[in-house]
Structure formats: structure tokens, C-alpha cells
Design a protein around this ligand. Structure first.
Ligand SMILES: [Zn+2]
Length: 77
């Protein structure tokens, strides 16, 4: 699945993503980034960064990503 397709799937099924707090600041992202418990949504490598997706029906959701996929997702987000 390419990144664009995956994003569309996640918009349709936001419950696949872990819930993020309603208000997320840089510190929250930094904290999540530095915990090593997450893997990249796309490739399963250890995630090195995180984005928050604001999904209208589902609230904020975490997108844990490696650098490579972070760069790709930012092109579409
Ligand atoms: Zn990845």
C-alpha cells in the first residue's frame, strides 16, 4: 500500500490509530518520539517521529512514523 492509500484508509478507519490528547504541543510529540514503544505505521521500523492527525469524527490520533515515511506523509497531509 502506498502512503496516500494508507492515509485514505486511516481516514476511513481512524480507530486503527491510537488516540492522542485533544491538545497536543511540541512536548507531547517529543515525549512520544523519544519513547521507543512505537513502530512506523507503514514499514514497522522503530518510529523516530510522530504526527497528530485531527480526524473530524474521531478526534486527534497519533501517526507514528520513521523519517522516511514522515517525509512522505507530509507531502500528502
Ligand atoms: Zn516507515
Amino acid at each position: 500500500m502506498d502512503v496516500q492509500g494508507a492515509l485514505q484508509l486511516l481516514k476511513a478507519e481512524p480507530s486503527l490509530l491510537p488516540a492522542a490528547p485533544g491538545i497536543v504541543d511540541g512536548e507531547d510529540i517529543e515525549r512520544r518520539r523519544q519513547s521507543e514503544a512505537h513502530t512506523c505505521l507503514y514499514c514497522g521500523q522503530p518510529a523516530t517521529t510522530a504526527l497528530v492527525a485531527a480526524i473530524p469524527e474521531a478526534g486527534n490520533r497519533w501517526l507514528d512514523l520513521c523519517w522516511e515515511h514522515f517525509a512522505l506523509v507530509r507531502q500528502y497531509a
